[in-house]
Design a protein around this ligand. Structure first.
Ligand SMILES: [Zn+2]
Length: 170
């Protein structure tokens, strides 16, 4: 287990694994967050699917930096799961690789009250022993550096359009 693994690993419910989401949930074994990207048009999607909704191209799992910013969050005080101590932070993190490339996650290893929209965060993984083998849930911690993520380098070269895939985001 990595040294920086969370000391308390709450029970989690994982989705059933498929060929489309397997890399997302197992990629943490080497510490890299992997997101699916269309091999034809470069569209990133946070929910693995069979074919690209924009162009019908095939997806592949690509390692990303694991850095992003808090897009929105909520501090949960309700003990929905007895194994998970409250309060804890549920957040949508926008990854630096793509505008509107967002994943639902938890912010850990910090005071819940210190979390704010725009907080720079980076990925960690919680290892869970499941019937599908070891799965790695991506969670995020505040970046040690206080510098803003390099948003200026996130251009529109690869992804010229806003895609319908993310339109439902808050
Ligand atoms: Zn595509």
């Amino acid at each position: 287990m990595p040294d920086d693994a969370a000391p308390v690993v709450p029970a989690r419910i994982f989705p059933g694994l498929s060929e489309h989401n397997r890399m997302f949930w197992t990629g943490g074994a080497d510490g890299r967050l992997r997101i699916t990207r269309c091999t034809r048009c470069g569209l990133w999607v946070s929910r693995p699917a069979e074919d690209c909704p924009d162009c019908g191209g095939a997806f592949e799992a690509r390692p990303v930096s694991g850095r992003g910013t808090v897009h929105t969050y909520t501090i949960n005080h309700q003990p929905f799961n007895p194994a998970v101590p409250v309060p804890y932070v549920i957040a949508i993190v926008e990854l630096v690789e793509g505008p509107e490339l967002r994943i639902a996650t938890n912010i850990v290893d910090c005071e819940p009250d210190s979390v704010h929209v725009g907080l720079a965060v980076e990925v960690r993984f919680e290892r869970h022993d499941t019937d599908d083998g070891d799965l790695y849930a991506p969670v995020f911690v505040p970046q040690v550096e206080t510098a803003e993520p390099e948003r200026s380098v996130v251009g529109n070269v690869d992804e010229p359009r806003t895609n319908a895939h993310h339109r439902g985001s808050p």
